[in-house]
Each structure stands twice: as C-alpha cells, then as structure tokens.
Design a protein around this ligand. Structure first.
Ligand code: FEO
Length: 398
C-alpha cells in the first residue's frame, strides 16, 4: 500500500522505514529501526532524489509510482552513493529507461563501480554551483565531500527553500505517521539517536561539516529533507546550533561521563563511588556506563554530549581491558577533541591500564589528560579514601 507524504505543493516524501534491521552498517544497533528517505519533485520535469536500501524496495517503488501518478521520471539526483540510498538505482534505471542521472563526477564513477551495466546511462554532471531548472524549481548543487563519503553533494531548491541535505541532519529511528519533526516530540523521540547517528557516522568529519554549515549559512532554508529521519521545518535553528557544536567538537553540556570495565565488580564499585563523589563535588549530572553492557556507539554519543570523561579500567593480559580498548579506539578514530579525560586503573599485581590509556589518548588534538590518576589494588578500600578524594576533586575542579 502506498505511503506518501506531502512536503510542499510539489514535493513528496516517498521513503520507507525498516523495523527489522538489527544493525546499521552491520555495526550500530537500531532499537527503533531506521528510515531511508527519498523525495519526488513534481514540476515540468519529474525528479527523484536518491533511492533507498533494497530492504524497503517494494514500498519505495510503489510509492514512487504513486507519486508520479502515471508520469515518467525525467531525472534522478544522486546526492550520495552509499548503498543505503543507492541500492535501488539499478532498478530505477531499468524501470525508467529515458531517465537522466544527475550527480557529481565522483558519484558517477561510483555508480559505474556498483552498476557497470549502466555506465552508458544518460548523465548530467553537476558540481559546486551547478543548477538544474525543472520548471518552477531550480536546484542549486553544493559539494559536501566527506559528509559522509567523498562524493556527497547537497542541493537547495530556491522555490520552496528546501535543503536536500544527504546524510547531514539525519537520525537513526523509523519515521511513522507524520514525517515532520515538529509533529513529533523531536527532543524526546529523536535527539539521542540523532546525536548517536552524527557522532558515529559523521563525527570524524567535523571540519567538512563546518565547511558545509558555512556554505549553507547564506541560504534561506525553510525545510531540511535528510536521507534518514524526520523532515525539519520548525526547529531548524536548534538543529543548526547542534550541528555547530557537534562538528566543532564542542561539548553539548558540561555533564560528566564515567565509563568502567569490570571483571568481578571491584572496578565497578570504585567507579560508582567516584561518580557519586564527582557529582557531589561538581554539582553536575554524572552518567555511568559499563563498557561491557553498553554498545560502544551509545558511549560515543555520550562523548559528544559530555565535557569530561572518566575511565575506570582493569589491567587485562598486561594491557587495557578489551571493551575499554574498543571504546578508546573509537574515540581516536572519530577524532574527538576538546575533552578532559581522567584515568583510573585496577590491577591485582601489576596495574598498567592508566599508563596505557594515556598513551592511547595523548596523541589526540586538544585533549587534556589529568595528571591525577587513581590506582586500585584489587579493591578500593576505606584506607584509599584520601586518594579517591584527590582523584574526584581533580575531576570536579578540572
Ligand atoms: Fe545514510 Fe552515508 O549513508
């Protein structure tokens, strides 16, 4: 059954959500599903903006046919060639043989890699500053390399003031009922997942997102149509402000994040005692997570939100406990900046985790590692009260 949403008089959202996929990119848990958005512009010419993942192929094709209402499809604009948006390009080129592909040069090279049988399809190459007039509407193309792949472009429709933003401003989570964010409680329903999506998918490319934000600043944007998640009308300044913070690696809050690993509960006990003291001394919210229980993507999202990060880690095979090591590797791989780290280690005979964690973190840009560390010998005892107090005071005052 068709499931089409009107965005403006000429623009229809025809995307679909997958509720059964358990992990995005086979990595990131999707407890609330994910939407694959695409849009059809009905003008003198008809334009499809991107396709979808093959998991929602039937819904996508049925919606597309319904949106076209018997008209042919003149153009497909490819903003991004990642398969969650490009898996149906082959089907579209077969179903609408008179179509012209509109994309950047690099996207077209990728299209030929994925679909070598379509290498001779009619192609209109666009680049930064190119336009495509479809009748009333003119699309203006803006290069957005590495947001999140190198070929990414966004486009701006100057008639309806719509930004087609590719992966930018997207979120995990299915979209049901209304497609508009302002008809949901975005902060309650989507904000945490928007942050987790940004941090894990686009987080590494903050400089490139900053460049895109600068290019978008002069535009009168009334609607943002991303490739995932709800469409934004109201709330665009809030969203732009979030992206400004996230892409500049500015902590969203001065909350404090405590992440621990613990084999038998002793390191956990110390982490919980420290968290309580840090909260008491700082007056700030403190969030505590077990790195073995919480998927790393949620911890990364919390890194984007919090200003200080306190790590409690057992020494394991003379190294860093594996779950904590994975977290540290992700923090480094995503190029986190502007954070304060405090390190605590446990070891029954030879604690070295703090030194090794510091070695992982010290190569990062604009990161402070507190000199005051906490070493636990098996169990944090009442006799250790002074060193716990010194550690938590250092965190609270940093
Ligand atoms: Fe949603 Fe980078 O693809």
């Amino acid at each position: 059954m068709q499931n089409i949403h009107k965005i403006t008089g000429d623009l229809l959202a025809i995307g679909a959500s997958d509720h059964r996929l358990s992990r995005f990119e086979n990595i990131f848990p999707l407890p609330n599903g994910v939407s694959y958005n695409n849009y059809v512009l009905i003008d003198d010419k008809t334009v499809l903006m991107d396709t979808s993942d093959s998991s929602v192929a039937d819904q996508f094709l049925e919606n597309l046919a319904g949106a076209l209402g018997g008209r042919s499809l003149d153009y497909i604009v490819i903003h991004h060639m990642e398969p969650d948006h490009a898996s149906m390009i082959g089907a579209i080129l077969r179903l609408y043989p008179g179509i012209t592909v509109v994309s950047g040069r690099q996207a077209f090279a990728m299209l030929c890699q994925f679909y070598p049988e379509h290498a001779s399809v009619s192609h209109l190459e666009v680049a930064e500053g190119s336009t495509l007039c479809t009748g009333r509407h003119t699309l203006h193309f803006v290069a957005a390399p590495m947001v999140h792949w190198p070929e990414v472009m966004v486009s701006y429709d100057d008639y309806d003031k719509v930004l087609f933003s590719a992966d930018a401003f997207g979120t995990f989570g299915a979209v049901e009922g209304s497609v508009f964010a302002d008809e949901h409680d975005f902060r309650a329903e989507y904000l945490d997942e928007a942050r987790r999506y940004y941090a894990n998918i686009v987080g590494k490319f903050g400089a490139q997102v900053q460049t895109l934000l600068k290019k978008a600043a002069p535009l009168d944007i009334r609607i943002i149509c991303p490739l995932h998640g709800p469409v934004h009308r109201d709330g665009i300044p809030f969203l732009l402000d979030l992206y400004q913070k996230w892409s500049s690696y500015t902590p969203e809050t001065d909350d404090i994040l405590v992440v621990y690993s613990s084999l038998y509960g002793h390191t956990e006990s110390a982490a919980q005692a420290a968290a309580a003291q840090i909260h008491e001394k700082s007056g700030r919210p403190v969030r505590v997570y077990d790195a073995s229980e919480t998927d790393c993507s949620y911890l990364i999202a919390e890194v984007w939100r919090c200003a200080k990060i306190v790590l409690f880690c057992p020494t394991y095979n003379m190294g860093i406990y594996p779950k904590m090591l994975t977290f540290l590797h992700d923090i480094k791989a995503l190029a986190v900046q502007n954070r304060i780290f405090a390190l605590a280690e446990n070891g029954t005979w030879s604690p070295v985790a703090a030194k090794l964690m510091a070695a992982e973190l010290c190569t990062m840009k604009n990161v402070t590692i507190l000199d005051t560390t906490l070493t636990i010998r098996s169990v944090l005892l009442a006799a250790d009260a002074a060193k716990l107090d010194a550690f938590t005071s250092a965190v609270a005052e940093a």
